[in-house]
Ligand binder design. Structure first.
Ligand SMILES: C[S@@+](CC[C@H](N)C(=O)[O-])C[C@H]1O[C@@H](n2cnc3c(N)ncnc32)[C@H](O)[C@@H]1O
Length: 478
């Protein structure tokens, strides 16, 4: 029989700071301990989950003292649903730690000289800021451990399977269990009412919810998107076609929520939840909604990528455009351009815009967005940046005067960083959603570039995510 591993418990650890990914940091006899679900100022007993020579991971088993910084989370689902994990810190403190993380990572990982970091651009609205939510319908309800223990104690028959069906979010770490959500604060109403209406329709008619393990059931997911101009788009995903009930649900939904501008449905008979290889069918409206940032319009269809906080996206793009120092004479490369949003936002001030993006559909949307905004001096190319951005490509479209790069969390590929060092554009603006990988890339660019401006932006209050914009200039041009 395998010997059971002994639990390692360390007592009275003072949480001192916050590290990358929002993990709290404390020390045990000089060793750094990364602690989940704690905030600076807490004094906790922790159970060690990984114990390395120089560091350890741990989670709290007992809070001896709660930090005086703590506030009561406003959401009843806090700690269970997996989102908004910083709700127990006041917003001002969240911004403080986000700013600090940018500074720490640029200096610790990047090890480069940086100018003073501008004060993080916070959100005016810290709830209702998301323009996109995806809810899941499931047969399996997530029961938190305390509730589960209670159920066992009272010897009630426990099963996470529910005949009623659950509507909400996947529980953290469980692909098959869903937390029933009463009210989520991330998107404006009627987002919760829409989800509840759909679930109630199925419950009343005893229609099945989807079981992702056994792959059967009718009601599967719903995507709710809205814009700052108050357009709403709903795409309901069904596990199989049931025309009568589907039409009945869609028509009742429209009657109940007459503000819906685009109502779509998708039949997903596959085992995975992705709809990227499926075609949503339009039931009502044009099949898309239109977001406005400044004077620019952006088409948003169910599958298109768009920044999920429109108001902060407008600020982020304005900072990016400012950092690009465009005067109308420059050739601008918009790398990792998605649906062309940044390039389009800068279009009045660039002579020519070249966008590169790996997702073909996003490139199609970028072209549509350019056309919608009467922009004829932008071209978009689909493919991996490292395949597209060759010497021939730059020779064909012109030497870059300004490069804006906005890679995913993994940061830029080393080959692209090398190519940027080859091309020597006088100015680069690096927009990042992960300051750690940004710091790594800046360290490579340091060979020729100096960081001249740094501006963190908070796009997602109550979460650990940080966006950071950096301006770099060629050292030999300074
Ligand atoms: C953080 S998003 C930025 C999108 C856009 N700049 C915006 O603000 O909406 C990163 C984009 O990079 C794209 N991408 C990821 N890897 C890529 C690659 N190797 N080559 C080109 N594009 C890539 C993703 O599809 C995504 O659209």
């Amino acid at each position: 029989m395998r010997k059971k591993k002994e639990k390692i418990i360390w007592e009275n650890i003072l949480v001192e700071d916050v590290a990358a990914e929002g993990k709290a940091i404390g020390k045990n006899q000089g060793k750094i301990v990364f602690i989940e679900n704690a905030v600076p100022g807490d004094i906790v007993d922790v159970q060690v989950s990984k114990n390395k020579k120089d560091w350890a991971n741990a989670f709290p088993v007992k809070f001896n003292t709660y930090s005086s910084d703590r506030v009561a989370p406003f959401c009843s689902h806090f700690g269970i649903c997996g989102g908004c994990s910083w709700q127990h810190l006041p917003y001002g403190k969240q911004l403080f730690y986000k700013q600090k993380q940018v500074a720490d990572q640029l200096s610790r990982i990047g090890k480069i000289n940086i100018p003073e970091i501008s004060v993080i651009e916070g959100c005016d609205e810290t709830t209702g800021y998301r323009n996109k939510m995806e809810y899941t319908f499931s047969t399996k309800k997530y029961i938190p451990p305390e509730e589960f223990a209670l159920l066992k104690k009272t010897e009630e028959p426990f099963s996470s399977k529910t005949t009623e069906g659950v509507a909400g979010f996947h529980a953290k770490g469980f692909f098959d269990k869903v937390v029933e959500i009463n009210k989520c604060y991330l998107q404006q109403e009627p987002t919760n009412e829409i989800r509840k209406f759909i679930a109630q329709f199925a419950r009343l008619r005893k229609l099945s919810f989807y079981d992702i393990k056994e792959h059967h059931g009718w009601l599967r997911n719903v995507l709710v998107r809205n814009t700052t101009t108050n357009e709403w788009m709903i795409n309901i995903v069904f596990g199989h076609e049931d025309k009568e009930n589907r039409e009945s649900l869609l028509s009742l939904l429209l009657q109940k929520f007459p503000d819906i501008n685009a109502l779509l449905y998708t039949i997903n008979e596959k085992k995975n939840d992705s709809i990227y290889d499926l075609t949503p069918q339009v039931y009502f409206g044009k099949g898309f909604i239109t977001e406005k940032l400044e004077k620019f319009s952006y088409k948003i269809s169910p599958k298109s990528f768009f920044q999920t906080n429109s108001k902060q996206a407008e600020k982020l793009y304005a900072i990016t455009r400012d950092f690009a120092e465009l005067d109308g004479s420059q050739i601008l490369y918009d790398l990792y351009c998605g649906t062309g949003s940044i390039g389009i936002f800068c279009s009045d001030k660039a002579k020519k815009i070249i966008g590169v993006e790996v997702i073909e559909q996003a490139v199609d949307d970028a072209r549509i967005n350019a056309e919608m905004n009467n922009i004829s001096h932008a071209q978009f190319f689909s493919g991996d940046v490292i395949d597209i951005c060759t010497d021939d490509f730059f020779a064909m479209h012109g030497k870059p005067d300004v490069v804006i790069t906005d890679p995913p969390r993994a940061g830029m590929h080393e080959k692209l960083v090398k190519k940027l060092l080859d091309m020597q554009a006088p100015l680069i603006v690096y927009v990042s959603c992960n300051p750690a990988t940004q710091a790594r890339d800046l360290a490579m660019l340091d060979e020729l570039y100096k960081v001249t401006k740094v501006q963190p932006v908070d796009m997602f209050p109550h979460t650990l995510h940080i966006e950071n914009v950096v301006q770099l200039k060629l050292k030999n041009s300074l």
